[in-house]
Design a protein. Structure first.
Length: 538
């Protein structure tokens, strides 16, 4: 780090705080629960889309994409590309139900559709998983960035990231998060593009890169027997995990809940779908470049996960290195601020408000702020324990999300499509899904001593397992729903396809005009995805 790099990084922090302060000073940000947790439900499509992208891309995300690119090529980018399709599903299919219902959280939507049981399950599972995975991993990644690239002690770096992000999230609520996310998206993209361009120049251009690593590393479609990214799992399993993450997880969906209306929410999702096509080129590609440079002796690369750091440290001149480090910090802080705010929303609206239903707006906001402080402290407290957990076990902790998400995706999707689905069916799907998912995790941890069918069950690719678990959850849900009493039709208004009311006349006319342009943009996104799939196919 040179003086110029430090100046760039300090300017980034200053700009983040200036934006947060300006936004926070606007009237209403902290006056009501709607203002604090959902930014007054007044966000436009660009802010919604930018926040969807920035919240999703964390520093560990960048390191992981570049590292996997260095180790095995572009196939890992399928999850990014597929996100474009799922975001279209969010914008066109899920958004009308979420916005019409007027809910603050995804668990609240489940209670409206079913009962309090599914609501409590999702709220508790979400908060616990956010603390154990998202918050602690992002904080730890911040400490690593400071230590590896800036020469600052790990704990000092982690504390700086937490306190800086916690302060503007605490005082500004979702509005501060949304607007800083929009700025951080640009910083993140600029940093990644700089690394990619300079890396390509160092290797001698695209043709030299392909010649150095071989065309097989540029194939998105791997055989069905591939251990990590089989084409069958990508085509059928990845969308299931995508529906859970992009369409039902509070961490993401809170952004569209803050939209001004259905049109702005849909356009934000479409915009995010376009931006999600970039990671292949600006996050995965640098990893492949790092591998090629290492193979030719131009770069020292001790492990694949060091790809991005090695490129940044060895290729970038002063000033630009500061831009890339600011981009890494932007990825960290946007993810961390989003998960702080989403977790605080769940704690306040799904746990505290159920305990104190008569709580005032000010009390709800104060509870959200207190929850943010507690989450910051829990995240910091959990970091030392992460070192006691082996890398292998930590990978399994992360994979838990793949094992609990199919039943959650199932009860949202079936609940909207099929009015006959009831609360007992939803609880059955969650129970069966939890038992099978947890059983799979235990078998993975004990794979060496597993035998027969148990061993085979443990060895199924996690994407194939997601398809299986999704199917079983739906069967359980349908069977139990049909065997028990149907739900009360009077409580299904605007919660299923069959009971979604037509928009008011004025809104309907605006919707008709907007729909034509949005359909054209959606078709263009589908063509872009098809083109990428075709070009990167050998």
């Amino acid at each position: 780090m040179t003086k110029l790099d430090w100046i760039v990084v300090v300017l980034y922090f200053v700009l983040t705080f200036v934006i947060a302060i300006v936004v926070t000073r606007r009237a209403g940000t902290r006056e009501s629960a709607g203002g604090y947790f959902l930014a007054g439900r007044n966000a436009g499509w660009f802010i919604v889309g930018a926040s969807l992208f920035a919240s999703n891309i964390g520093a560990e995300h960048l390191v992981g994409l570049a590292g996997t690119g260095a180790a095995s090529g572009v196939a890992v980018a399928q999850f990014e590309i597929m996100a474009g399709l799922v975001l279209l599903l969010l914008g066109w299919f899920f958004v009308p139900f979420y916005l019409r219902s007027g809910v603050f959280t995804m668990p609240e939507f489940l209670e409206r559709r079913y009962s309090s049981g599914p609501r409590m399950y999702l709220a508790v599972v979400s908060v616990v998983s956010y603390v154990l995975t998202k918050i602690s991993v992002t904080i730890a990644a911040g400490g690593i960035v400071f230590e590896a690239l800036m020469g600052i002690n790990f704990w000092t770096g982690a504390t700086i990231v937490v306190l800086t992000t916690g302060v503007y999230t605490l005082f500004g609520g979702l509005k501060a998060v949304l607007y800083t996310d929009a700025m951080q998206m640009f910083v993140l993209l600029i940093g990644a593009i700089v690394v990619t361009i300079l890396g390509l120049q160092a290797i001698g251009g695209w043709d030299s890169l392909v010649a150095a690593v071989g065309p097989e590393r540029f194939d998105l479609w791997q055989p069905s027997s591939h251990p990590d990214f089989p084409w069958t799992g990508i085509l059928f399993g990845a969308p299931i995990l995508g529906i859970w993450y992009w369409c039902t997880d509070q961490f993401i969906v809170q952004r569209v809940l803050a939209a001004r209306d259905q049109i702005e929410a849909r356009r934000g999702a479409i915009f995010a779908g376009f931006v999600k096509q970039l990671p292949l080129f600006i996050f995965v590609l640098p990893g492949i470049i790092a591998y090629a440079l290492a193979e030719s002796g131009q770069l020292r690369l001790e492990s694949p996960d060091q790809a991005l750091a090695a490129l940044t440290a060895q290729l970038l001149p002063a000033g630009l290195r500061g831009v890339v480090i600011a981009g890494l910090l932007a990825a960290l802080m946007s993810s961390l601020s989003s998960v702080f705010n989403s977790s605080a929303t769940l704690v306040t609206m799904d746990l505290y408000k159920r305990w104190r239903p008569a709580a005032t707006e000010r009390q709800l906001v104060a509870t959200g702020q207190l929850a943010t402080i507690v989450l910051v402290l829990l995240g910091l407290a959990w970091i030392p324990f992460m070192k006691l957990i082996s890398d292998q076990l930590y990978t399994y902790l992360q994979s838990v999300q793949a094992y609990i998400s199919p039943p959650i995706a199932a009860i949202f999707l079936v609940g909207i499509l099929w009015p006959r689905a009831n609360a007992k069916g939803a609880i059955a799907a969650l129970a069966v899904g939890f038992v099978l998912g947890f059983g799979r995790l235990l078998l993975e941890l004990n794979a060496p001593i597993a035998w027969g069918p148990a061993a085979a069950f443990a060895e199924v690719n996690f994407l194939h397992f997601a398809v299986l678990l999704f199917g079983i959850s739906i069967v359980a849900m349908v069977a139990v729903s049909l065997a028990t009493a149907p739900p009360d039709p009077s409580r299904l208004a605007d919660l299923t396809i069959a009971t979604l009311k037509p928009a008011p006349a004025a809104d309907a006319e605006r919707e008709r005009r907007a729909r034509r342009g949005d359909i054209a943009l959606s078709a263009l996104l589908l063509l872009v995805i098809a083109a990428i799939w075709t070009i990167f196919s050998h």
